[in-house]
Design a protein around this ligand. Structure first.
Ligand SMILES: [Zn+2]
Length: 297
């Protein structure tokens, strides 16, 4: 199931809503559908629950719920077929038959609670959302410029900042930051979806931390291999110059172990010595060997 469908399921599952908000939500569904006027009133959606909500809401106003049709491509469409019914719906929301351009008529909102209900309906009708595991993106694809302006304004009043861009003849109100999307989902009443985004963020953060740690450790291994190479070079040099035998017993023993075990860590070498030595003790002795070899030059 797409993330969009998950969010829409969650919105549709909210049943206890005051009547004022239910009307406002229906208004959002109607306005952001494919068409909303006296000659055509229709919604096309990939989400079955949204089509059902549209049909039920229209039924409450007109007395008969329009049928839902499903196309071969899996899209659901609901259309108010009779002109008389379309006029009833327009009248219910105070839209005159001759009104051109679709705008938000605020007299349909009893209170501020209805603003977010309206946006819930709009989301059902025209929004899509990317899977947050892949990217953060929430788009309202609004068919009319003035309507999208009105919606932006409404969101601003709810302290939600969005951006708008024109895309393929539609006006897209979009959100790209995870915080803004979380806020929007909370406003829509989709708490579970909001929690899922937070979870995804925590997991991404953990993965980044682990990657950083792995990189750090790999870099350390590289550094110790480099160090062993220069220690071995120093020992070879001391051998060829004949100075090796004049090294102290402690240094000689360690140098021989290093030659024998070029890949061992300092700690391991320390444990192999006849009198075991700490990591930093081994480090200092090996440095001594390297600086003696350098003094040869
Ligand atoms: Zn309300």
């Amino acid at each position: 199931m797409s993330f969009t469908s998950k969010v829409k399921d969650e919105i549709c599952s909210a049943t206890d809503m005051p009547a004022c908000c239910y009307h406002a939500m229906t208004y959002g569904l109607l306005l952001c559908g494919r068409s909303f006027n006296s000659t055509s009133m229709m919604l096309v959606t990939e989400h079955e629950g949204t089509a059902a909500a549209y049909s039920k809401a229209v039924g409450k106003i007109t007395g008969a719920a329009p049928a839902i049709k499903c196309s071969d491509s899996g899209k659901y469409s609901v259309s108010v077929a009779k002109k008389a019914d379309r006029l009833k719906v327009l009248d219910f929301y105070g839209v005159s038959e001759k009104m051109v351009g679709v705008r938000i008529n605020r007299s349909n909102f009893a209170d501020e609670c209805c603003y977010s209900a309206f946006i819930r309906g709009a989301f059902l009708a025209c929004a899509t959302m990317a899977d947050p595991a892949k990217s953060y993106q929430l788009d309202f694809i609004v068919p009319y410029l003035h309507l999208s302006d009105d919606m932006l304004k409404l969101m601003q009043e709810l302290e939600i900042t969005a951006k708008m861009v024109r895309r393929k003849g539609s006006y897209v109100i979009y959100f790209k930051s995870s915080e803004a999307i979380e806020d929007m989902l909370m406003l829509l009443g989709a708490q579970n979806a909001a929690l899922e985004i937070m979870q995804v963020k925590i997991e991404k953060d953990m993965r980044n931390k682990i990657n950083r740690k792995v990189n750090f450790e790999t870099a350390n291994i590289d550094r110790s291999i480099d160090a062993a190479q220069s220690q071995l070079a120093a020992i070879r040099k001391l051998r060829s110059s004949g100075k090796f035998d004049s090294l102290s017993q402690d240094l000689r023993e360690l140098a021989q172990l290093r030659e024998q075990y070029p890949e061992n860590s300092l700690k391991e070498l320390g444990n192999m010595l006849s009198v075991s030595l700490s990591r930093s003790g081994v480090y200092h002795r090996l440095n001594k060997i390297v600086s003696l070899a350098e003094a040869e030059e």
